[in-house]
Design a protein around this ligand. Structure first.
Ligand SMILES: Cc1ncc(COP(=O)(O)O)c(C=O)c1O
Length: 483
């Protein structure tokens, strides 16, 4: 009954969104024009405030309208096509070794170069991190605290930090406490430890493609076989393809990034998360969840982790402070669950004994004084604005025919280029202009995605960034002429 009601509600906001979309295409609402406020729409259309708000959010995610701070929703000056759902035929259900040309190394090599406009790496400008507060914490450390912070702690990590992290998961993960957390050197080590727990050379792992490029390097190093599961910017991983894969192949574990996926920016619905966890639980397949972007949400609350739906203790959550607070401190964590905790701790201690105590101590202080939450509130707001400024510049400078979905969190934009424009060529043409973008093939285990680029909106939007976007648009137009 409740489920049916929920379905009807969904139908209402979707059909309202469709009505508004029609009005936009008929130019009743013109490009650049302000849309009626949620309240006005609620009165004139006789729909609830929630229905109108959801319809606007849906249209925004489809790139048809844009929210401006304290001003309301506007019809986007240039409308984008929605990205297509992955085609079923793309789902190639044969596990294969990762096969990548030198493009990944080439791109990674240009990433740290400060003389270039860095739109390629999932980088956040240091100016957006609260370094004055760090300095204050560091300056105020007492001798006694420093003495404690320069000695070894347990492999699981500093209790003080584990306590703070477990508090952040209250209500998201059942009965979580400090003993359910293992601190790691960033999310990278967290993921490597989990992969080592489940995979031997030649084993098969199911993974969304495209995905974060680092994960392919980890799997390549391990000699694992990958089974590529298609995924899309609007809905996340293709459930049917995943089901087919787990029912027909021997899969040792699955890796998913359900909240603000890298590179797609997609956010999976709760019902889909539940369905996926149920499926993997039923087949006894461990699920490694990469949850690194979840705190960067632009809607009301943090999306649920997949672990929330885990009835069989088979989901392991990995995350870090790299995207929210301090990538250089290299502090992350694993929530291994009871089943795998011993194994995860064993691998962690064999790998690096423990994580830097001083770094953990600083982070614990940062969180317990309330500075972290305060910083996050401000940070989310800034990133959301940055994202919209980049989208506005794309509206202005990129040619017609690109496709993208505006994410509801994170700071990455996955963009499909007009037909015939090659992203690796575009990347190479932009290097002499001192601009770095991420070409799509970097995010795949076997190249492909030549017509996609990923842009990061984590640098401060200024004249240099706007000019860089203008130059990218110009080069796309040149490639279109030459195709
Ligand atoms: C999805 C995803 N997972 C993991 C990482 C690596 O995180 P860390 O820097 O904490 O090792 C990144 C970094 O870009 C990422 O985007």
């Amino acid at each position: 009954m409740a489920e049916q009601k929920e379905k009807n509600k969904k139908f209402l906001y979707e059909s309202l969104a469709e009505e508004i979309r029609l009005k936009i295409s008929q130019k009743v609402f013109r490009p650049g024009e302000k849309l009626p406020s949620v309240r006005e729409m609620h009165k004139t259309m006789n729909k609830s405030i929630t229905t109108v708000s959801k319809a606007y959010v849906l249209l925004e995610s489809r790139g048809l309208i844009i929210a401006r701070d304290r001003s309301g929703y506007y019809v986007r000056a240039k409308n984008y096509f929605r990205m297509k759902r992955p085609e079923k035929s793309q789902s190639n259900l044969s596990p294969k070794l990762i096969r990548r040309s030198g493009i990944v190394e080439e791109v990674l090599d240009s990433l740290g170069d400060e003389s270039k406009v860095q739109l390629g790496v999932a980088y956040i400008s240091p100016r957006l991190f609260p370094f004055s507060q760090y300095t204050k914490i560091l300056k105020n450390l007492t001798q006694k605290e420093v003495r404690k912070a320069i000695v070894f702690d347990k492999p699981a990590g500093l209790l003080k930090l584990r306590q703070q992290i477990s508090l952040k998961y209250m209500g998201l993960v059942n009965n979580i406490g400090p003993d359910d957390i293992v601190i790691t050197n960033g999310c990278t080590e967290a993921l490597v430890i989990c992969l080592m727990a489940f995979l031997k050379k030649g084993d098969t792992v199911a993974i969304e493609v495209p995905s974060f490029y680092g994960i392919f390097t980890m799997l390549e190093n391990m000699g694992a076989l990958v089974l590529e599961i298609p995924t899309c910017p609007e809905h996340g991983v293709d459930y049917d393809a995943l089901k087919k894969a787990v029912e027909s192949k021997e899969i040792k574990c699955c890796i998913l990034n359900s909240n603000f996926h890298n590179p797609l920016g997609s956010l999976m619905s709760d019902s889909k998360k539940q369905k996926i966890v149920r499926l993997l639980n039923k087949h006894g397949i461990p699920l490694i969840e990469d949850d690194i972007y979840s705190e960067l949400y632009y809607e009301k609350q943090r999306p649920l982790p997949l672990k929330h739906f885990d009835a069989a203790d088979l989901v392991i959550t990995c995350s870090s402070f790299s995207k929210t607070l301090a990538p250089g401190l290299r502090v992350g964590w694993v929530i291994p669950g009871n089943k795998f905790k011993k194994e995860i701790l064993k691998i962690k201690s064999g790998m690096s004994i423990t994580t830097s105590t001083l770094d953990q101590y600083i982070l614990a202080k940062f969180i317990e004084t309330g500075l972290y939450d305060k910083h996050l509130r401000r940070f989310r707001n800034i990133l959301r604005k940055q994202l919209h400024l980049v989208v506005k510049a794309i509206d202005k400078y990129f040619p017609k025919g690109i496709r993208m979905v505006i994410p509801k969190g994170g700071f990455l934009l996955w963009i499909q280029l007009p037909k015939g424009v090659n992203s690796v060529e575009l990347y190479r043409n932009l290097l002499p202009e001192d601009i770095v973008i991420l070409p799509g093939p970097v995010c795949s285990s076997s190249e492909g995605f030549e017509d996609y680029i990923r842009l990061s909106c984590g640098s401060l939007f200024d004249e240099t960034m706007e000019n860089a976007l203008k130059t990218i648009g110009h080069h796309i137009k040149i490639s279109m002429k030459n195709r």
